[in-house]
Design a protein around this ligand. Sequence first.
Ligand code: PLP
Length: 291
Amino acid sequence: MLLIPEPYAPIEEIKLQLYHHAGIKVFLKREDLSHPFISGNKWRKLKYHLLEAHKLQAELLITFGGPYSNHILATAAAGAKYGFKTIGIIRGEEVNNPVLNLAQTFGMQLTFTSRSSYKEYINGNPLPESILVRPEKKYSIPEGGGGAIGEQGITEMVDNWTYTDIICSVGTGSTLKGLINGMIQQNNPGKVHGIVVLKGAENMKDAFTGFPVHRYQLHFDYHEGGYGKSNPELMQFIQAFASETGILLDQVYEGKMIKALHNLIEKGFFPKGSSILALHNGGLTGLLSQL
Ligand SMILES: *Cc1c(COP(=O)(O)O)cnc(C)c1O
C-alpha cells in the first residue's frame, strides 16, 4: 500500500481594510504550504494518480507540460518521493530554466517536442519511440494532472465549509470541477467562482454545463493579457499583497485570482456579510520566470 498523508494546508483569515470596509470576511486556504514543489492542487491531483500507478505496479510516470509547468515539477518531486521514475514531455523547443533544472534534479528525464507533436501526444496518440521502448511498466498522467482520477483528490478536499463563496483560479478547469463536485456531494450551498487565467477561453463554459448554474460562476475578464502573461500593474499588486500579508502569490494563477477578488469586492459584487474562501494553490516557482 502506498500511503499518502493529508497535506498541511491550514485556512487563515486575511485582514485587509478593503474587506473590512466592504463588510466581508476573506479566508485563504494555504495549499501553497503543503510542499515546496508538489504544491497545492498539483499535490491533490497527483494523489489518486500515484495510488492508481502503484496499484497497476507501474514504475515509470510519463506526463506533459509547458517549460514552466507546476505540474511537471510536482510530478518530478512526487515521483522521487514515492519511488517512481519520471519522464516529462515538454512543449516547445529545448530550453533551460530553473523549473526544468529542478525537475531534473528530482530525476525527471525531459523530452522536448514540437507544439504540433505535443498536441498529438496529449490527445492520446502514440508517444515517441524512445519512450515506448523503455522496459518499465508505464503510467501516463494527463497534462495538469487532471481527468476524473485527478479531480477526485480535489473533491475530497471539500470539508464542512461554511463560506458563502469559494474562489479559485482556473487553468485546465479540473480544480474548479473537483470543487463544484465536492460542494454538491456535501450539499454545501456555497457558490464556487473560477477566475479564468487564459484569454479567449470562453468555450470552457461547455465543460461545466452538467452542473446546476447557481452552483458556480466562471469569470473571464481577469486573464491580464493571457496565460503566462503579466504586466507591471499585476506585479505591483502581488508586491503590495505580499508586503501587507506576508503571503506570496504567483503571477500566472493566484496573483490574478486575488486581484480579481479585490476588483469584484470593489465593484460590490459580494454582498455585505459574505464570507469567502480563496484557494492558494501555490505555484510560486512561476515567479522564477520573472527573474
Ligand atoms: C495548475 C495550477 C492552477 C490551475 O489549476 P487547474 O486545475 O488546471 O485549473 C492554479 N493555480 C496554481 C498555482 C497551479 O499550479
